[in-house]
Design a protein. Sequence first.
Length: 313
Amino acid sequence: MLGFLQGFSYGLFMTCLPWLLVGLFNPGLALPVSTTSRLQVIARYCLVVPFISMLLWLTSLWGGFSPSLFGWLTGIVAIPVALPIERTLRGWLARRRVRRHEAQREAAAQQRRAQEERNAYETGVSVLDPARPPVGADDLVLAMCRAKQNLLDVHRPDLAILTDRLYSRYRHVMDVLGDRFHTGELAFERSQGLVTQVCFGAVDTLTTMASQARGVVSVDGNYVRGRLEREGKRLSDEERAALVRRLDLLVETEHRLNKLSARIESALTVLDDTAVSMARIETARPQASVTTEKALEDLRRFVEGADRYGRKD
């Protein structure tokens, strides 16, 4: 065994100079890494490999000087055999790191989207299921379902929440109108028509948002940013410009979506104002014959009179 190590160290040391010359001519032939340089070739075949061969030679001297021919031949072919094996191993490890990084980034993105969804939901918001619309849904509610499904199809659940908020406001306003007016009254029909038009306008805005988001649904911003971070120096000017343009498209689209979201928020505010204003309207006939303040004053006088009468007794 020690003789084999001595022969192996001799053969390995002898191949350092040829591989050094090959690496200086073309570093990609002598190195197992994708990013190569002549400095790496010099460090590998002038320092690392000679140090390994010298260490093996010194270790094998404990058994005397008896190098074997088989060990010498093995040392000669060690580098050309080890290079493809090392390339394969490094490639597998790199792909494994990329997969792990992508999995972690996707998990973080899903967690962030879930947190955004939880934060976006308000108290009392009803969740609208596009696959199963509410029983007796009118054309407006069905249009909301279609708009939400379109947003879900382009992987924007954070925007689909706006549909749930719009649906909840619409139901609340209609409940308030039903409490304040009879269905056949002119005021009810007029108010219902105006509320419906506002909601249909908001649905059109949601449909526009889905169309805008569909334009960049195939652009993976995390992938583009990852490539710019990992391969920024190795990318050509044309490829770098193309990747930066993709990010610009995402930013521009997100800016348009934010503007459209502001329109939805304005519509929700109008519906809230309508509900509050309608709730203040007193349409029921008062049951008391006097006002509350007058009744409290009369009750207070009655209690004071009763108290004086009791003291006289």
